[in-house]
Design a protein around this ligand. Structure first.
Ligand code: NAD
Ligand code: LMR
Length: 324
């Protein structure tokens, strides 16, 4: 079988250290699909990057056909079919993700231009680096020859956090939770939606108190990233890498019948959300295409939450308009 070329940026960083070995072991594309890893980081990380590539080789992974390391996006992205844009500064204690905007925005303008030039024409590009929604918008706008639908920002970690917290509260396995949605920004304004979620096929709100939902569950999901930083002194890495693998698997292999996942994609105006921002929606994937789930009933409570997170994304877009 021909190998799939997979490009990963920030390859000398923490998330990548949890991601690369799993990709090489077959957790992403399965036990029969060979892969070539094309790893990018900045020059000062050259020795670490070399070390990571030696470690990958030292595993003698049967599926890993080659590991190529470099510092030039034009080389690392060449012919890549799957791309993980992880490389960016993480936040520290006391920071909001949008505080990273000025530090990280330039990376996504430059990498958007490189993707435009050299990536495989049908590539799927998942952005992980924060603030992830607006970084994705910057990459999209700098890659005019690619279809914006080839880009997505990762809100799967928030989605997984919400599934896990709900399952724990209801004392059921996580596999009993379906139709979870994270709407909007990967930030403290995101809206984790239990109005449309189901547990064992029944509405989630028949299982939990409304009071718990609004005053405990929502803020806990919204602030889980900070919570991890307070405890570990650095941001989530293992759970982020897992979410990246799951996001890409859903995109490549599709979503289960009667369920959906959360992906932040360029808004097409669905649910009245402004076009031209990258907003997390419930999506299904069939064949090569994702589709925003339509016709969900949006009550006044949901509407207020959808608009609050949209407002923040419009402000972020305004802050980087020179790069768009
Ligand atoms: P890290 O600091 O451990 O690693 C980041 C790596 O990116 C470093 O090796 C750095 O040298 C590299 N880098 C910087 N600029 C680069 C460039 N121009 N090209 C290529 N590489 C470059 O950070 P991490 O913990 O791996 O986190 C990476 C990013 O992911 C952060 O922005 C973090 O906030 C974000 N993140 C997002 C989510 C999410 O759910 N979307 C979850 C966790 C972390
Ligand atoms: C997360 O949600 O864990 C990441 O976005 C890292 C962060 O800064 O919170």
């Amino acid at each position: 079988m021909a190998p799939v070329r997979i490009a990963v940026t920030g390859a000398a960083g923490r998330i990548s250290y949890s991601l690369l070995f799993r990709i090489a072991a077959g957790d992403l594309l399965g036990p029969d699909q060979p892969v070539i890893l094309q790893l990018l980081d900045i020059e000062p990380m050259g020795k670490v990057l070399q070390g990571v590539s030696l470690e990958l080789r030292d595993c003698a992974f049967p599926l890993l056909q080659d590991v190529v390391i470099g510092h030039d996006a034009n080389e690392s992205f060449t012919d890549a079919e799957l791309v993980f844009l992880v490389g960016a500064r993480p936040r520290g204690p006391g920071m909001a993700r949008k505080d990273l905007l000025q530090a990280n925005a330039g990376i996504f303008a430059e990498q958007g231009r490189a993707l435009n030039r050299v990536v495989a024409r049908d590539a799927r590009i998942l952005v992980v680096g924060n603030p992830v929604n607006t970084n994705t918008l910057i990459a999209i706008r700098n890659a005019p020859d690619l279809d914006p639908r080839q880009f997505a920002a990762m809100t799967r970690l928030d989605h997984n956090r919400a599934v896990s917290l709900l399952a724990e509260k209801c004392e059921v396995p996580v596999t009993d939770v379906r139709r979870m949605t994270i709407w909007g920004n990967h930030s403290a304004t995101q809206f984790p939606d239990l109005i449309h979620a189901q547990v064992q096929g029944r509405p989630a709100l028949e299982w939990v108190e409304r009071e718990w939902y609004e005053n405990d569950f929502i803020p806990r999901v919204q602030h889980r990233g900070e919570n991890i930083i307070e405890l570990e002194g650095q941001s989530s890495a293992g759970s982020a890498a897992h979410a990246a693998i799951e996001h890409m698997r859903s995109w490549v292999f599709g979503t289960p019948e009667d369920d959906w996942v959360s992906m932040a994609v360029l808004s097409d105006g669905s649910y009245g959300i402004s076009e031209g921002i990258v907003y997390s929606f419930p999506v299904t994937v069939e064949g090569d295409e994702f589709k925003i789930v339509d016709n969900l009933e949006i009550d006044g409570f949901c509407q207020g939450k959808l608009l609050e997170t949209e407002k923040e994304l419009l402000q972020e877009r305004e802050a980087v308009k020179a790069l768009l």
